[in-house]
Write a protein that binds this ligand. Structure first.
Ligand code: ASP
Length: 334
């Protein structure tokens, strides 16, 4: 008697459980099939017209063609990109809001005493996108033209020289920090909401130096609107064959690639993440997208890195790599 009650109960429980599983699988499949049935917002956590924005807009075009659905870039700048990241952390996990963020995702935990999110836990990684080299620039009217001339100039005038960045946690901030600590000089930093406004001020002579991604700088360099001291890449960029790397000018080990990743809010259903990943893989393989990035000396990552695991592992490693370097530099924001 007792046994049969137990049996009945377990059959009932089993039936309920399998109904649940079927509903979940069916619901997930349906969500993926329908997704996206409304416009998707791609959050770019820096100002419009800058390097992250350029990458975001090129990706949005690709995603739009893949999904046959509108994909809108929304700029949410401030605090070195952390405001925009937080916006996505707090967004509904339904695939309607996604995020493009770069290496700053890995430096923010050490740079911010009170970061409102944990990059390793509060977002769903979708995949890496591309690595972007940086260039160290000066205003066009600054006299030094090479690193060899610039270093003594900075040593003599460091208290008057300014270096722009896109806020604490931006790639431009990290590059400036590394540069200053490598040559042992402290300059006055001037934060902007992105490097689009920063480079305008550099062209206009309101600030003296800026280290920024090639996505934003190759055309300005070619047009002679700014002066370039060197690149942070391991090899010279084919687009700027006469511009030496900083490493070849003696800043050994000064290599910095600004890797970019795509994320969704934590809890976004797996079928939606899978669709987003398919769109990302199609994007990095697209000849037109690759050709546009190549104009800035940028290569897309290999398909294994454009995966949730590829980004998750890289992000965790990069947080471990940068945290001690930043702590040693003693820089942080409240
Ligand atoms: N990504 C740039 C930086 O980190 C800023 C920008 O995109 O405007 O410096």
């Amino acid at each position: 008697m007792v046994k049969s009650v137990a049996l009945r109960l377990s059959k009932h429980a089993l039936r309920n459980a399998s109904v649940g599983v079927v509903a979940l699988v069916w619901g997930g499949a349906a969500a993926a099939q329908e997704y996206p049935n409304r416009p998707v917002s791609l959050i770019v956590p820096f100002a419009a017209g800058g390097p992250t924005d350029t990458m975001g807009r090129l990706m949005a075009q690709q995603f739009q063609a893949f999904f046959k659905q509108t994909v809108l870039v929304e700029n949410a700048p401030g605090a070195g990109g952390t405001i925009g990241v937080d916006k996505v952390v707090r967004a509904a996990p339904d695939g309607q809001t996604i995020l493009l963020m770069h290496i700053g995702m890995a430096t923010a935990p050490a740079l911010y005493k009170r970061l409102p999110f944990d990059p390793n836990k509060d977002l769903e990684p979708i995949g890496q996108v591309a690595d972007v080299p940086m260039t160290l620039l000066t205003r066009p009217t600054l006299v030094p033209a090479t690193l060899k001339e610039l270093i003594p100039y900075l040593k003599a005038n460091g208290d008057k020289v300014t270096i722009a960045n896109a806020g604490i946690g931006a790639a431009s901030h990290l590059c400036g920090l590394l540069f200053m600590s490598t040559i042992g000089i402290d300059l006055t930093t001037v934060p902007y909401k992105g490097t689009a406004p920063a480079i305008s001020d550099l062209v206009g002579g309101q600030v003296d130096l800026l280290c920024d991604q090639s996505t934003n700088t190759v055309s300005q360099i070619k047009a002679g609107r700014v002066k370039v001291i060197g690149t942070t890449s391991a090899r010279r960029l084919t687009q700027l064959p006469n511009v030496p790397t900083l490493a070849e000018q003696g800043l050994s080990g000064f290599e910095l690639g600004v890797w970019h990743g795509l994320y969704a809010p934590r809890g976004t259903p797996k079928p939606i993440l899978d669709r987003l990943n398919q769109a990302l893989l199609a994007t990095i393989k697209d000849a037109g997208f690759r050709a546009r990035l190549a104009e800035f000396g940028v290569e897309t990552v290999s398909p294994e890195l454009a995966t949730p695991q590829g980004l998750r592992t890289h992000l965790a490693r990069e947080i471990e790599k940068w945290s001690p370097i930043i702590r040693k530099a003693g820089i942080y924001a409240d």
